[in-house]
Design a protein around this ligand. Structure first.
Ligand code: FE2
Ligand code: FE2
Length: 321
């Protein structure tokens, strides 16, 4: 393997940014060094869901599709009132709703990555990795769509407003919200999936799909984090604050919307009531705080939990006060 193209810069270095909550020192790694590492791992650990998932695995009607503690209504009176089969059905619907949300996010990320690659040096490892990630996400979206159909369901469309907004996201190239938004989605879904795939009580099909996704997403998270750090040190404080606030609002919206209301209707519940109950459930709030923790720890490190942004995260129940 040829050594990464040298840029004349050191392989790693540190830079400081000043925020209202103090100074932050960031450790940076050269783009090409990161890209070559990620390309090496991609060559070794990539999957073909067509052959690496047993699509014909029987689905046991009594087995959960995700650990029950990750279902939005767990430990609420509404959950207590459901039969076991209905709880299982709700776990299936919610898992497929997360997969649908995943496809919607991946479609946007793929567009963003192509736009990013378009603006870089085409023979660089950085571009090669961006395109490798697009290829990963292509396979993921096909895999999620097939998973939903294999579960006997159809993918949920986002709310019409979010659907239209999604078309505009990549109209203007802006890598800070693109990479930060990627982390927002990838880190919390990753937390859910990391608990799902090792759990032997869960449907085998879901365990296989989530395992593939967790392994391949770890690289995407690394790529986004490293690029975001480089972008943040070059951005003005005002630019960082605007991005931080927009991200906090994005997190608030995502956490309230990634479970489609039709999941509740399917098990005989009033969707408005169910959504309210989930939003107020202490267990659910703790689960969401936990699922965003890796993301919020990183955002704190790069100054994205500064000032008003932190309050939005806390009020949404996604960050400990
Ligand atoms: Fe993915
Ligand atoms: Fe990804």
């Amino acid at each position: 393997m040829p050594a990464p193209a040298t840029t004349g810069r050191p392989r790693t270095w540190t830079a400081a940014i000043r925020c209202r909550d103090g100074d932050h020192t960031l450790e940076l790694t050269d783009r090409e060094v990161v890209a070559e590492r990620l390309l090496r791992t991609s060559r070794k650990h990539s999957f073909d869901p067509d052959t690496d998932v047993d699509w014909d695995a029987p689905q046991d009607p009594d087995r959960f599709y995700m650990p029950p503690q990750l279902v939005s209504l767990y430990e609420t009176p509404l959950w207590d009132g459901l039969t076991h089969r209905r709880r299982v059905e709700l776990s299936k619907r919610e898992m497929c709703s997360i997969a649908s949300f995943g496809i919607w996010s991946e479609l946007q990320l793929m567009q963003g990555l192509v736009g990013h690659a378009y603006r870089q040096r085409y023979d660089s490892g950085h571009v090669a990795y961006a395109l490798t990630e697009v290829a990963d996400e292509c396979r993921h979206s096909v895999m999620f769509g097939r998973m939903v159909r294999t579960c006997g369901l159809r993918a949920n469309r986002p709310h019409p407003l979010e659907y239209q907004a999604g078309k505009l996201v990549n109209a203007v190239y802006d890598p800070i919200p693109m990479f930060a938004g990627t982390l927002l989605v990838e880190e919390f879904t990753d937390a859910f999936q990391r608990l799902t795939f090792p759990d032997e009580e869960i449907q085998p099909l879901i365990r296989q799909v989530t395992r593939i996704h967790v392994i391949e997403e770890a690289r995407h998270i690394k790529y986004a984090r490293e690029e975001l750090k480089r972008l943040v040190v070059r951005a003005s404080p005002a630019r960082r604050r605007v991005a931080a606030y927009a991200l906090a609002q994005g997190a608030r919206l995502i956490s309230a919307r990634f479970i489609d209301p039709s999941c509740y209707t399917a098990v005989g519940l009033d969707p408005k009531l169910a959504r309210r109950v989930a939003a107020r459930s202490p267990h659910r709030r703790a689960t969401m705080t936990w699922s965003f923790r890796k993301c919020t720890d990183f955002f704190d490190e790069v100054g994205f939990l500064d000032g008003r942004a932190r309050t939005v995260w806390q009020k949404a129940g996604l960050l400990d006060a």
